[in-house]
Write a protein that binds this ligand. Structure first.
Ligand SMILES: Nc1ncnc2c1ncn2[C@@H]1O[C@H](COP(=O)(O)OP(=O)(O)OP(=O)(O)O)[C@@H](O)[C@H]1O
Length: 262
């Protein structure tokens, strides 16, 4: 089932194109990895889909069709309803996600209350359940902590719990593992895959790590300088890459030989 269709999307910063004629169909229960070197437009795509482009960023053409509507026509209130609820985002550095001066629990509960009409107690229970789903050892302790008291991996899992608690249709993940060390990366990748299994959400993961892409994705989109150079099933891209740029990216990942990539 199609959840979102991105059609001919072009985005620029200060009159400079960063994403050009981008097309993608996002299907329920599928994981799509968007790979490419730094500056290829991956984050621009994610921010465009979330309506979170910086002030100098501008959509110059295209449509993002979701639930029968073009998200790009959303007003502020419509974005607030969609964002974090139907479409959620986790990004590279979970530290920037949390307010350092407020306990995780307060932030988590407020985030739930902004989307659901439930009591604080119910929100607390929902939050703890979401943290447990991410195999955090003590949900109550996490709720009672400040972000700086958690390790990088715990913070990332907490950010994922916050993203998944609303059971979004689409989880967008912008380099969610690159700030973590390799064993923790593996845990986070596996948790994302578990979430997909349990909720049938679509996941779009931006990564420069072909190892992560090949491990978890159903489809891979390869980007360079703001355009898609190749797009296909995981097997097509990994075992039969057509474009020299894809071949180059694959060559740069010797660990692909090895199952320990993630
Ligand atoms: N806020 C901004 N203002 C101006 N130019 C920007 C801005 N953000 C990104 N760009 C430019 O847009 C292009 C795409 O950048 P983007 O961050 O989307 O790439 P990326 O593939 O996500 O890279 P990375 O892996 O380094 O995050 C680059 O040329 C970048 O310099």
């Amino acid at each position: 089932m199609t959840l979102m269709e991105i059609k001919n999307l072009s985005i620029q910063y200060n009159q400079q194109l960063a994403l050009h004629n981008f097309n993608l169909t996002i299907q329920k229960n599928k994981i799509i990895a968007v790979v490419g070197e730094s500056g290829s437009g991956k984050s621009t795509l994610i921010h465009g889909i979330m309506g979170l482009l910086p002030n100098n960023g501008e959509v110059i053409q295209g449509e993002i069709l979701y639930d029968g509507k073009n998200l790009l026509k959303n007003n502020y209130f419509q974005w607030r309803k969609t964002r974090g609820n139907k479409i959620a985002l986790v990004f590279q550095d979970a530290s920037t996600y949390f307010n350092p001066k407020r306990k995780i629990g307060k932030q988590f509960i407020e985030s739930i209350l902004s989307h659901r009409n439930v009591s604080r107690e119910e929100a607390y229970t929902m939050a703890c359940q979401a943290l447990e789903d991410m195999y955090l050892p003590s949900a109550e302790r996490v709720m009672d902590s400040y972000a700086f008291q958690l390790s990088g991996g715990m913070k990332q899992r907490t950010a994922m719990a916050m993203a998944m608690v609303m059971k979004p249709d689409i989880l967008l993940a912008d380099e969610p593992t690159s700030a973590l060390d390799v064993t923790i990366q593996a845990q986070v990748v596996k948790l994302m895959m578990k979430q997909r299994e349990e909720t049938a959400a679509a996941i779009v993961i931006v990564t420069h790590n072909m190892g992560v892409a090949s491990y978890m994705a159903d489809e891979i989109v390869v980007m360079k300088n703001g355009v898609i150079v190749e797009h296909g099933s995981k097997d097509q891209i990994i075992y039969n890459p057509k474009h020299p740029y894809t071949q180059k990216l694959l060559l740069a990942v010797p660990e692909l030989e090895d199952d320990s990539i993630v």
